[in-house]
Design a protein around this ligand. Sequence first.
Ligand SMILES: Cc1cc2nc3c(=O)[nH]c(=O)nc-3n(C[C@H](O)[C@H](O)[C@H](O)COP(=O)(O)OP(=O)(O)OC[C@H]3O[C@@H](n4cnc5c(N)ncnc54)[C@H](O)[C@@H]3O)c2cc1C
Length: 241
Amino acid sequence: MNLSIRETEALDALCDAFVPSLAFEKDEDPALFSMSARDLGVAALVAEALERIEPAKRDAFRLFLKLLEINQKASAPRIPLSKPGPETEIECDVCVVGSGAAGSVVAAELAANGQNVIVVEAGSGLSAGDFDQHELIGMHRLFREAGLSGTRDLSVSILAGTGLGGGTTVNWQSCFRTPDDVREEWAELSGCSFFTGDSFTESLDAVWGRIGASTDESEAVHRAKAPADGRQSNGRRGSLR
Ligand SMILES: Cc1cc2nc3c(=O)[nH]c(=O)nc-3n(C[C@H](O)[C@H](O)[C@H](O)COP(=O)(O)OP(=O)(O)OC[C@H]3O[C@@H](n4cnc5c(N)ncnc54)[C@H](O)[C@@H]3O)c2cc1C
């Protein structure tokens, strides 16, 4: 069965917990003790076995992997951060301003292509291990102006995340695949055929694979369903994840 990258990582970690790589004594067989479940490819065999078990049990197991993923994230090693002073000089090929949905992806892609990249972030460097699950405290620490941003005349309030990950750290994680009719509209309005091209489709596939968007585990809650219902009542179709 095809597991997402994150599910595979969680399954690898789970298998390693049962068959870890161990130190060996002089007279012991190194191959026997040092090979972990990951080295032996146990996760791939488990994934294959999942094909043959009852769907309900398979779904429950995948949900368990999801919980492990969340737990892994909370104990993930912290990203090394530094706070530059007013005189700090840093050399790089590219400086990305903001670590939100756009900036972080651009930075990761450039770094993967060998560029020396720095990301400058105005908000805090808090990450999963710092979160205490209290909504009010989270609002203060992770939202722009503690969630009280607005236009100058205060007629429109602006809810935006700030900090490592920008809005992605606080967002509700509903995922729409950009519908074809919207892509056509963008192409027509902008005169840019990129929006309807294969490269855009491949980018959507890459993002969905990376974040593991799927309908496997939950029914969309009312709040997340509303945009899809709205689209349908306007005669447009769209899938919601
Ligand atoms: C509460 C909430 C729920 C949401 N739910 C969903 C959802 O379910 N599904 C969905 O698809 N989208 C959702 N969104 C929207 C989504 O998160 C944003 O569209 C997305 O994060 C925007 O990405 P961005 O990179 O443009 O900006 P952001 O993610 O906002 O990132 C901008 C970053 O730049 C930093 N920054 C700004 N100025 C500077 C500067 N001068 N120097 C250094 N750093 C700077 C900010 O601190 C911030 O971290 C939600 C947003 C919010 C606030």
